[in-house]
Write a protein that binds this ligand. Structure first.
Ligand SMILES: [Fe+2]
Ligand SMILES: [Fe+2]
Length: 188
């Protein structure tokens, strides 16, 4: 092999081969990217579970919000799979952990979702750190899209939580909130 492209970085072996240090670094970045694929898949499935719960409870706006969000997470996963495949690795499709099926309330579902987003942001930032310190600038550059996306998603979920908190617990208000949630998604 004349060169290898791992995590988007093109590297060349020396006369002694790749060298143990580079091999370990390549593996570490690839493992972290595969782990992120798994997290995006779990997020997609979790939002699908939330959409289903919302639909059963009659929150049509929130159900459609979560369904769209679930599709977005799937796109995040596909983007990562493509990147790993194009970089000489293989995107592995993970087994899925069963998401939470029941929520105490509408606000609870959105709180769990918001926690997911915060955990995802942390995980993306760790990936960015790893690629930067490894001088894998191609993967570092690829991940900038995810950094911006996480900023948007956190802000979107925060807006929904603010809306629910302002409306309070009254059932009548929740229906108005549910309508507003559908519109927030369109605006974002
Ligand atoms: Fe995502
Ligand atoms: Fe997300």
């Amino acid at each position: 092999m004349k060169s290898a492209q791992v995590g988007g970085q093109k590297i060349y072996p020396t006369t002694q081969g790749w060298g143990e240090e580079i091999e370990m670094l390549i593996k570490k970045i690839e493992t972290a990217l595969l782990d992120q694929i798994s997290k995006e898949a779990h997020a997609s499935n979790s939002y699908l579970a939330m959409a289903s719960w919302c639909q059963v409870k009659g929150f049509r706006g929130a159900a459609s919000f979560f369904l769209t969000q679930s599709e977005e997470e799937r796109q995040h996963m596909l983007k990562l799979i493509n990147f790993v495949n194009e970089s000489g690795g293989q995107g592995i499709i993970p087994a899925l952990q069963e998401p939470l099926a029941k929520y105490k309330s509408l606000v609870h579902a959105f709180e769990v979702a918001f926690e997911h987003e915060i955990a995802t942001t942390k995980s993306i930032h760790e990936l960015v750190d790893l690629t930067f310190s490894s001088k894998d600038y191609a993967t570092f550059n690829f991940l900038q899209w995810y950094v911006a996306e996480q900023h948007e998603e956190e802000s979107l979920f925060r807006s929904v939580l603010d809306l629910i908190h302002i409306a309070g617990d009254e059932q009548r208000n929740l229906l108005i909130v549910d309508n507003e949630i559908a519109k927030i998604r369109i605006k974002a």
